[in-house]
Design a protein around this ligand. Structure first.
Ligand SMILES: NC(=O)c1ccc[n+]([C@@H]2O[C@H](COP(=O)([O-])OP(=O)(O)OC[C@H]3O[C@@H](n4cnc5c(N)ncnc54)[C@H](OP(=O)(O)O)[C@@H]3O)[C@@H](O)[C@H]2O)c1
Length: 226
């Protein structure tokens, strides 16, 4: 059972803590109980936002969680709910984009074409993850791993500004792009400054590295259907 449903509106959740915990934690507990009853393995996608973002090295699954916002706290509670089921697998990921939903890559592309100028923060660092990468990593981990694993795109960490730069460059879009600090944007939820997840255990479990996010981005923008 791959339980992807989640309340993911990070800013809205700051004013709706009960709703966030209801969907991300309580409902997950019910799914976990159902999985336990029928003997199904539960797989719960979780997030880099369970960490505070103050580390100076990639975060390992055993590192202490210290979420900065309601979404992160509710996902951390969801992890506990999921892990109550025998054999459950929690796969934390970050900066997810892919077909079929709003995401950063599509937003940058659309705004570059329509508006022609963009302003993006450069003081939040992470690794982008194509949904195809996450799906592949999960499929490899299922039935051979339990507990908490990290799965993001591979390669060098990047800021949201650097990621936007690549989105424009790969498509040869000529929009102007300016970097700013997060303090320029007033948003209800705090975001972690450093979101890089250490995927060493996942690499060892599946026997190969996770694909470089740069390469995945090119595939996605070429319209690869995976
Ligand atoms: N996006 C990221 O960067 C990121 C990073 C790390 C982890 N994750 C995790 O990855 C998973 C998927 O995230 P996503 O970004 O793909 O989110 P998403 O686009 O918001 O998808 C979440 C899905 O959950 C469904 N959902 C929400 N509330 C529900 C409810 N009460 N009952 C039933 N279904 C409900 C939504 O249905 P509707 O479309 O019908 O509303 C939607 O299909 C989540 O577990 C998220 O926490 C995401």
């Amino acid at each position: 059972m791959i339980h992807c449903a989640a309340y993911t509106a990070v800013d809205a959740e700051e004013a709706d803590e009960a709703g966030a915990f209801h969907v991300n934690a309580t409902a997950t507990r019910q799914v976990a109980a159902a999985c336990q009853k029928i003997g199904a393995q539960l797989v719960y996608p979780s997030a880099d936002y369970v960490f505070a973002g103050d580390a100076d090295r990639p975060l390992q699954p055993v590192d202490p969680a210290a979420p900065l916002n309601v979404y992160g706290r509710s996902k951390r509670a969801g992890e506990h709910s999921a892990l109550a089921a025998d054999g459950a697998l929690v796969v934390r990921t970050s900066w997810l984009y892919g077909r079929g939903g709003p995401n950063f890559v599509d937003t940058i592309t659309r705004r570059a074409r329509k508006v022609g100028h963009l302003v993006v923060v450069d003081d939040q660092i992470g690794r982008p993850t194509w949904t195809a990468t996450l799906a592949w990593a999960m499929a490899e981990l299922i039935e051979q791993a339990t507990g908490i694993f990290h799965a993001t795109g591979g390669g060098d960490p990047v800021s949201w500004y650097g990621f936007a730069r690549r989105v424009l460059d790969v498509q040869a879009l000529m929009a102007s792009l300016r970097s700013v600090p997060s303090s320029m944007f007033s948003r209800p939820a705090l975001r972690p400054a450093y979101s890089v997840l250490d995927c060493t255990q996942t690499k060892a479990a599946i026997g190969q590295p996770l694909p470089d996010w740069n390469h995945s981005l090119e595939q996605y923008l070429r319209g690869a259907r995976v």
